[in-house]
Ligand binder design. Structure first.
Ligand code: GGG
Length: 358
């Protein structure tokens, strides 16, 4: 198999974690005999600095030509401290999702038993949790019209959904539920929001095509509570862009850290794989970021875009081994982690490579 992969490292810790994702792909190619070639593209603050544009045309063209995309993160303190800046790193990410038709963002809450202690939630509540989130990615307040009054004292973001947008992601989520536990929870705020009422009606209609799947609807405030109270009740969770963004950050605490969660964005064309974490510029360049979310994103790429299930499993088993031996980055360390087992980004990435080779 020959595949061309576009690597977009982005900003902050993006380049250092993505380097390990790429190293794992190179190792898998070597072991399996597949040929992976790499191209690189700019996006986010790095692209604004170089070209004045968070998503240069060249990156978009390379993305369209590639077989899969490995992305790091976008963001920079500069923009967090000055909300009035009009050209922003996140615009690059939103535009590439829209341009490539990446409407479904799959976020598996993959729980490694060894990290139960690191979670802020009781291990008896967590054990056995296995959730797959479907976050809608090309609608909602992210893309609705934005307005600011002339006196700058009033602002609005239109929360907008079209039926076809809900239908297409609902079908993807139900198809996944059919392959898993046959349970789907659709999360909305239909007691308050009209866009959520459209969401719920549409999911109810789509559900009729999947009678084997037990479907429930939950308000987002309740879902936020239930995730912590009883995460095992969830199998597939289907939700809108904003709710999905927030709920999956919350759910990362079930897995132990934001540094453990990978994601796959799929839709009409090339798949796009990235950690759910952002650029974390406060720790960038310090060799302390957790590279496992980027490495797990590579596992998702191998399985979803290239159909290489065994290779994906090899990566997950290698991570499992590393964790079983007690090695941790700072974000997943606990009271049992000895100084000799507390690793930096490069050491953790190198160890996963070593276990993949074994
Ligand atoms: N790797 C994820 C990332 O870079 N997140 C930063 C961000 O701006 N995310 C917005 C979003 O995911 O909607």
């Amino acid at each position: 198999m020959k595949k061309n992969i576009l690597v977009i490292p982005g900003d902050g810790i993006g380049p250092e974690v993505t380097a390990w994702g790429k190293a794992v792909l190179t190792e898998i190619a070597e072991l399996s005999g597949h040929e992976f070639t790499f191209d690189e593209g700019l996006m986010g603050h790095a692209a604004i600095e170089a070209e004045g544009n968070p998503l240069p045309d060249e990156t978009l063209e390379k993305a369209r030509r590639s077989d899969a995309i490995l992305f790091g993160a976008v963001g920079h303190a500069l923009y967090d401290n000055d909300p009035s800046l009009k050209v922003r790193p996140e615009q690059g990410l939103l535009k590439i999702r829209k341009e490539l038709g990446l409407y479904a963002n799959l976020r598996p809450i993959l729980l490694f038993d060894e990290l139960l202690e690191a979670s802020s939630i009781k291990s008896s509540i967590l054990k056995g949790t296995d959730i797959l989130f479907f976050r809608e990615l090309t609608g909602d307040v992210y893309f609705g019209e934005k307005q600011r009054s002339e006196d700058r004292n009033t602002a609005s973001d239109l929360m907008i959904y079209h039926k076809y947008e809900v239908e297409r992601i609902a079908h993807k989520a139900f198809e996944a539920a059919m392959q898993r536990g046959r349970k789907l929870c659709s999360v909305d705020k239909a007691n308050v929001l009209e866009s959520s009422r459209l969401w719920r009606e549409t999911v109810q209609e789509v559900a009729k095509s999947y009678p084997e799947v037990e479907t429930v609807h939950m308000f987002v405030d309740n879902a936020a509570m239930q995730l912590i109270k009883d995460p095992k009740q969830f199998d597939v969770v289907l939700t809108a862009n904003l709710f999905g963004d927030i709920l999956t950050d919350e759910a990362s605490q079930i897995a132990g850290s934001m540094g453990m969660l990978a994601s796959a964005s799929v839709g009409d064309g090339t798949g796009f794989f990235e950690p759910i974490h952002g650029s974390a510029h406060d720790i960038a360049g310090k060799n302390i970021a957790n590279p496992l979310a980027s490495i797990l994103s590579v596992a998702l790429m191998l399985e979803i875009s290239f159909g290489l299930k065994e290779e994906a499993q090899l990566i997950i088993s290698a991570i499992d081994q590393v964790l079983k031996e007690g090695y941790r980055t700072a974000d997943i360390a606990d009271k049992n982690t000895s100084a000799s087992h507390l690793l930096g980004t490069a050491e953790m990435g190198g160890l996963v490579l070593k276990f993949i080779k074994q």
